[in-house]
Design a protein around this ligand. Structure first.
Ligand code: ATP
Ligand code: MG
Length: 579
């Protein structure tokens, strides 16, 4: 075995002999050590042997100190006491640092040889300061995805291990901010004070650490809250073709969390920078930015950043969840995430599998979504609700990525182009959307109000198909059709106008008792709006009670029906106008 000592002054023969016998014993073979002149090493020397580099040089000590200081500087605001601590704690030690060499670089990926002990997910540092993450381990080389400018890296560059797993900074300071996938602010509002460094890959909470999902995460959309309720800690997929209102549902859900103590995280993956900017503006206008965090890896960002963005968002969400907070996280969207991962995998020379996606793309998404949870009271009772978004092509849910994510989540809200273009917005397909756990999370008032709506809508859809060919319908069929159309009208909702629980409950009771069947379809929305105002003036306590207790007493229910019939009479007589 060969070893090389580099330094300014040559070691004595006796020193070389001592080192040879020491390493001979360590490696169990004969070791010969030679000396090489290296003026860049100011004092001391380095010894390269096998894949290890033993660094006794001043330069090595400096880089060790620099590394430590760099770690501290990322925790801003606490620099002075932390530096003092670090300096008193720091004893310059002789250490073996593993160095590698860049073999190739390009397309956001570097292959490196020599780092025998580097771990999957570890951060590597290149001479220009660019960081990368180990993503592929082969027998004698590793693949590393780059988080910075690859132009600054050249073949033959020396790569250092950091021993740290990839992570993002987190803290209260991130709320209200727009950041990139590495946690750096990109909204021009200055640096963010971090309180912690969260690993982007973390094990999902185990069964013991969880408790059942039983608290609602209200979307404010009557089409979802009434039939496909989502609970805190649940994973509900929003799926549909392009331009069917997927993002709008997520955005409305964020707007609806105002005053509910939920921290919202929106992760944009491969979106246009302008749509994200528009989204941020909408949040700001509705005072929703103050409880939201936007993680943006836009379409123009390199694939490695798009790939880690959802993990970064999730890690920040975990920080709050572990503190007992309720978090809502939106991944918009995982189809683009899968495409970014496919690009990386192909560049790392992994062979493609079904539909040209790498075989582990299922595991990739499942380990992300498994991290959504409602924690047990012992663990603080926090929760993270995940709303992943997936784009389909021509409504095909049997493609690889949609089927994967459907099977990982606890249900899906299916959006349909036909409904969307016919004006039924949000374009929720009631027939094939499901929420597998959310029903437990509905409030008593909501459960009581929704009654048979799903069944009624199913009957309506069937009847609608069969009656479109016949011209003369009997009265009862006509009534059924009008009632069904009224229900469909009830589910229509303008974007950025989430409804409160009380409003939804009232409108559902009124519609399901056929009161709105008595007015023209086109006037239902206006009728409901005016009716809510009317009830608020006549019996304001109903709103108060439902919002406070989440329950609907029989008297209140009767009172709502009585007031609605009164109001209907007034409208018919013309003494109340619909706007
Ligand atoms: P993409 O596939 O491009 O991501 P998407 O499925 O996320 O699209 P959105 O961007 O949410 O769809 O919505 C598409 C368009 O439809 C937007 O212009 C949005 O303003 C409009 N839209 C969505 N929901 C509604 C609604 N309930 N009422 C009126 N317009 C809506
Ligand atoms: Mg969208």
């Amino acid at each position: 075995m060969q070893g090389i000592i580099k330094g300014k002054t040559p070691p004595t023969a006796e020193q070389i002999h001592k080192l040879e016998s020491y390493f001979g014993q360590k490696y169990g073979t004969e070791v010969t050590i030679s000396w090489e002149d290296d003026p860049s090493i100011i004092s001391g020397f380095t010894l390269e042997i096998g894949s290890s580099v033993y660094d006794w040089s001043l330069k090595g000590r400096f880089s060790q100190l620099k590394e430590k200081l760099e770690g501290l500087l990322s925790v801003q605001g606490q620099i002075i006491p932390l530096i003092r601590e670090a300096v008193t704690d720091w004893t310059p030690e002789v250490f073996a640092e593993e160095l590698g060499t860049v073999i190739t670089v390009g397309d956001g990926i570097a292959t490196v040889s020599g780092l025998d002990h580097a771990a999957y997910g570890e951060i590597l540092v290149f001479p220009s300061g660019v960081r990368g993450m180990v993503q592929d381990l082969k027998k004698d080389q590793i693949g590393c995805i780059l988080f910075g400018d690859e132009q600054s890296i050249e073949q033959g560059d020396v790569v250092r291990r950091t021993g740290r797993m990839a992570g993002v900074p987190a803290g209260d300071g991130f709320i209200g901010r727009v950041i990139d996938a590495l946690g750096s602010p990109i909204d021009g509002k200055g640096p963010i004070k971090a309180d912690a460094y969260q690993p982007i890959e973390a094990a999902a909470p185990g069964i013991i650490d969880r408790q059942p999902v039983n608290t609602p995460m209200e979307t404010g959309l009557i089409a979802i809250d009434s039939m496909f309720p989502i609970g805190r800690g649940q994973r509900e997929l929003i799926i549909g073709d392009r331009q069917t209102g997927k993002t709008t549902i997520a955005l409305d859900t964020m707007l609806n969390q105002k005053g509910k103590g939920v921290i919202c995280i929106y992760v944009a993956i491969g979106q246009k920078a302008s749509s994200v900017a528009q989204m941020v503006e909408t949040l700001r206008r509705h005072d929703a930015l103050e409880y939201s965090i936007i993680v943006n890896a836009s379409a123009s960002d390199p694939a490695p950043l798009q790939y880690i963005a959802p993990y970064a968002g999730c890690a920040i969400g975990e920080y709050f969840m572990n503190k007992g907070k309720d978090v809502l996280i939106i991944y918009d969207d995982l189809s683009k995430h899968a495409i970014a991962y496919r690009a990386l995998s192909l560049l790392l020379e992994r062979s493609p599998g079904r539909e040209a996606y790498p075989g582990d793309v299922f595991y990739l998404h499942s380990r992300l979504l498994e991290r959504a949870a409602r924690l047990s009271d012992e663990r603080g009772g926090g929760s993270m609700t995940a709303l992943p978004i997936v784009e389909t092509q021509a409504g095909d849910v049997s493609a690889y990525i949609p089927t994967n994510i459907i099977s990982i989540t606890d249900g899906q809200i299916f959006l349909e182009s036909d409904l969307f273009f016919s004006g039924q917005r949000p374009a929720v397909n009631v027939g094939i959307s499901v929420s597998r756990v959310g029903r437990d999370a509905q409030t008593k008032a909501m459960k009581a109000a929704t009654g048979t709506i799903r069944l009624d809508l199913a009957q309506y859809r069937e009847m609608e198909i069969f009656t479109q060919f016949s011209s003369d319908l009997d009265d009862s069929t006509k009534r059924q059709l009008v009632y069904g159309q009224g229900l469909m009208q009830l589910l229509k909702q303008d974007q950025n106008h989430p409804l409160t629980q009380y409003e939804q409950v009232t409108m559902l009771i009124v519609a399901l008792n056929h009161i709105t069947s008595e007015i023209p379809i086109s006037q239902i929305t206006a009728f409901n709006k005016e009716l809510l105002k009317y009830i608020d003036t006549q019996a304001p306590y109903i709103r108060h009670e439902i919002e406070k207790t989440g329950d609907l007493s029989d008297e209140n229910r009767e009172q709502i029906l009585r007031l609605a019939r009164d109001f209907l009479e007034r409208v018919k007589e013309g003494s109340s106008q619909l706007g």
